[in-house]
Design a protein around this ligand. Sequence first.
Ligand code: NAD
Length: 326
Amino acid sequence: MQTGDVLIVGEDICQQVVGRKDAFDAVEAVFGAMARGDAYNFPVIREAIGYADALYGFKSGFDRAGQVLGLKSGGYWPGNMEKGLTNHQSTVCLFDPDTGRLSALVGGNYLTAVRTAASSSVSIAHLARRDAKVLGMVGAGHQSAFQLRAAVEQRDFDKVVAWNPHPEMLPRLAAVAEELGLAFGAVIPEELGAQADVIITITSAFEPLVMTDWIKPGTHVACMGTDTKGKQEVDPALLAKAAVFTDEVAQSVSIGEAQHAVARGMISQDDITPIGAVINGDHAGRTNPDQITLFDGTGVGLQDLAVASVAARLAQEQGLAGHAAL
Ligand code: NAD
């Protein structure tokens, strides 16, 4: 029997080698490949396992252009916090597309946050007005700091306004803004809409937190929290008013923010444009400065595989990867 070399890239090494720019480039490239039909995601499996209150599943896909094949497996264990672990746990397995051999095992927790931040950041780069100055953050949990750090690299923001259903969580986000040298204001959501040129929503909400009338013309809204059936962060009328973009249309209408507007017949899936089409130059994206653009970032497996493959490559190049024979 033959054995093969499998790279092992743990959480610490991922944090050490994969920066925001690496994640941005990998996610932008794979969104472009998806829109060209060069990369596709397989159906997502997500199940309540009836043990430890856990949700467990797989996201997988193949990027023919980037030669990346694999899956992210993991889920949500609500009791982990008291064990000193994060509730979301995931690991990426990469396979050699030529032989099917396992080529790398890569920690997926840090990479999930960095690839999700890269996704909204790609949407800001391609859809937000060039003169955007005020960033609005709705949400202040684990992902929010990653989102903030990535977003401010895309435009010359001078201020962050934030609102969270649990206000006691906001000081942590304020500290990140301060570290980045940005003014920070905790505001009510109406005020956030009145001030923000770009809004990121990143909560676990199951009902709309942001109303259409609060959003000023020209705003770009990145809806990043809704990744499951039933979750919702914004008024569905906002999707009818805005030019809507997404990572993947099939996920947007089923588990993304658009699920609600589509279910109510306010928009159809034909009204939603894959952001890859904008990246590839096949769609104009924003067509006027007063247009509201909305990105429904549902989170696809290929994003995970893209950043995991970067982590494996950089860890190997820098001599930081572990090795196992399998
Ligand atoms: P977290 O548990 O650290 O923070 C949760 C956030 O949601 C906080 O701002 C909290 O105040 C708010 N919240 C909690 N319960 C709420 C409720 N019932 N109504 C309204 N707001 C509520 O979570 P996180 O890791 O920061 O993730 C935030 C969201 O992003 C989750 O829904 C998660 O599933 C989603 N997510 C999406 C992607 C993607 O690719 N789109 C990737 C990772 C996480």
